[in-house]
Design a binder for this molecule. Sequence first.
Ligand code: NAD
Length: 468
Amino acid sequence: MPIQKICCIGAGYVGGPTCSVIALKCPDIKVTVVDKSQERIDQWNSEKLPIYEPGLYDVVKQRRGENLFFSTDIDNAIKEADLIFISVNTPTKTFGNGKGRAADLKYVESAARMIAEVANSSKIVVEKSTVPVRAAESISNILTANTFNKPNVKFQILSNPEFLAEGTAINDLLYADRVLIGGEDSAEGHAAIEELCKVYERWLPRKNILTTNTWSSELSKLAANAFLAQRISSINSLSAVCETTGADVSEVARAVGWDSRIGPKFLQASIGFGGSCFKKDILNLVYICEGLNLPEVAAYWQQVIDMNDYQKSRFSAKVIESLFNTVTDKRITLLGFAFKKDTGDTRESPAIDVAKTLLDEGAKLHVYDPKVEHSQILEDLTHPQVTEEPEHVRKSLTIHSDPYEATAGTHAIVLCTEWDEFVSLDYQRIYEGMMKPAYVFDGRKILDHQKLQSIGFIVQTIGKRLSR
Ligand code: NAD
């Protein structure tokens, strides 16, 4: 029987948008997104969604209350569903005095236990969360061991990792060039894959759906993120070479990416990658390799993260060095705090590292971001992993709702997120209100450097020496 009811456990950046698009494209399927957080569910049911994502609200508004529901009644949604997405967070956990880092599957495990406890009919259970390879085996063990007294309840576990990118999630889902579904190589496994294919085929061509065995699918998601991050670290490593030789990293990226075997995407040098996924998924891969006794492979991927950390600290050091080697009591303005444009998400944002360094060095930090909640910025910068002195941070930090207010009287602008609105600010006006010499550090390479120089700014960027 075709899928009639879908439940998604986890109403986050993935579960919310993915299920909204499924509800939009499959009006005859009832889609219920559940979460243990009442606050998150209340937000999904309100005018102000818990996440900012272009186009999302329009989709939610069309389907909410029709065939799209957001609820904390997890048991009921599980019971009635034919297919259940597990879309919970899979953060990194540390162990062994902080030396070891691996994916923490406690939320996936608890979702699996909830399914086992309340399911009274057979289900297709789909890993949407990014998980280590062979996680489906653990999920299957939990489900079967906890339903041994329900012989009519059977589960098929599929891996269907999500490839959306925050900031373009709705577009990515509506026009996905690749849907990956992994399943067991058995008649039941193939049937389950087919059911999920039929859901996606409502709006995507079959040729865009790739089916594999479960383990290939799980590993492919980690590999895809590792490859993307590796390209960023590769070009960033060359940006340091450019700055000392006179080469221009944008020209190098263009020349390298012109080769059709390499291609131009993900070759933009910057202060480094952020977001909840790249670092976490590479750490996950590294941990798997170590567990498989493949230390050279683990070291290879670890270097992608180390390069990213180096890039962030190199950029922060450049800011301090340029400001006469001291930022103590100097007003410095961060433009952008989200990890990328068009999202309010700050998880692993490079801006946090830059801000931390500047605050540690005694700067008076002023921050403006068009979408990140002020409370989130404060929470990120006073987090115990970021500072041992939250009071000092509170005293040294001012968060603004207006870019001109944020830059008035400042010594330096440090651009951390590539928001479009930063390109069209009135820099003449900003310059006039700033301390002199007035500095701009363009960590995303989006500004017109010549124009800024002609106004009077001293400009520094990544991967290019700018003559004054
Ligand atoms: P998120 O933190 O935004 O959302 C996860 C939600 O799951 C939270 O609201 C949390 O309350 C809920 N949750 C956790 N345990 C629960 C439980 N037992 N019952 C009910 N709700 C529970 O996370 P996210 O960004 O949506 O990521 C989810 C997964 O998708 C992760 O594995 C991530 O790696 C992967 N992923 C994320 C992205 C991205 O861009 N954010 C892209 C692709 C894949």
